[in-house]
Design a protein around this ligand. Structure first.
Ligand code: F6R
Length: 260
């Protein structure tokens, strides 16, 4: 796991965007895994700016989403499909038809989860999965105690996550109880996992993910098992780490030919 500590949240966007741009230069038809929530917004903003400057095209790329609420009407402004369209897809040249999301309106949700995994397979797998981390250590909506081998499935949000996400809704009662999420095992299949986090409220979760034991109690700790995981965090969210000097040293002395 590569840990990159940047000074402020504003530094996260350009760095992670450069990873996505480098990938698309090498392979324009890459498959991106997109997350919702606040954390990836600076990355989307940097990518949109780069697209406007003509530095990157998504025309041949595809994207899959990480997770989705169950029970919101199609096109609800807080459905993650809609959030990702509004925050990113509608501002670049990625065709909306190339954005693949689980069908959370299907009568048979379990079959829809199996179909979503099959869709990822048909696309050839995810090249770069963008991730945030919940304050309780979740990735996607894999809450503590999720199997580290789990696949895309329907699951129930923990009360803390419902509370954390209430800020996106007009009232806390509106936050759905159920979600479909890529499993931890699905996330681990991505060829490159890039997790971004910022803010003091992520300090404990980041420390547990990077330096704690690999445990289903902290699903994000499964990234320690990933052959190519990059964690890009600001100073505030890195404050609980013990080896910050080593991470900084490794980043500063990273050979130029060695891309994240
Ligand atoms: C979103 C997702 C979640 C969020 C996490 C952090 O698609 O999968 O795991 O990344 O809840 O949310 P923010 O970034 O809003 O703090």
């Amino acid at each position: 796991m590569d840990v990159v500590i940047v000074e402020s949240p504003a530094d996260i966007g350009p760095l992670v965007a450069s990873m996505v741009i480098g990938l698309l230069e090498r392979r324009p038809g890459s498959v991106l895994g997109l997350a919702a929530g606040d954390s990836p917004v600076p990355v989307y903003e940097s990518l949109i700016e780069a697209h406007r400057r003509g530095e990157v095209s998504f025309a041949e790329a595809s994207a899959v989403t990480l997770d989705e609420y169950v029970g919101l009407p199609p096109g609800h402004p807080q459905s993650y499909r809609q959030v990702i369209i509004d925050d990113f897809v509608s501002h670049v040249d990625l065709p909306v038809s190339s954005l693949h999301t689980p069908d959370v309106h299907a009568a048979d949700l379990s079959a829809a989860c199996v179909e979503f995994e099959a869709q990822i397979g048909r696309l050839g797998g995810v090249d770069l999965q963008l991730l945030g981390i919940g304050a309780n250590g979740h990735i996607g909506f894999n809450e503590p105690s999720s199997s580290l081998a789990s696949r895309t499935r329907i699951t129930t949000l923990h009360p803390r996550t419902r509370g954390d996400n209430a800020r996106f809704f007009t009232s806390a009662a509106e936050v759905p109880y159920h979600v479909v999420t890529q499993g931890v095992g699905t996330v681990l299949d991505a060829r490159h996992a890039v997790l971004v986090a910022s803010g003091e409220h992520k300090r404990q979760a980041v420390a547990a993910m990077v330096e704690g034991p690999v445990t289903a109690f902290v699903p994000a700790s499964a990234l320690q098992l990933h052959p190519h995981a990059t964690v890009v965090i600001d100073e505030a969210s890195a404050a609980g780490l013990q080896l910050t000097e080593c991470y900084r040293f490794a980043h500063e002395h990273r050979p130029r030919w060695c891309q994240y």
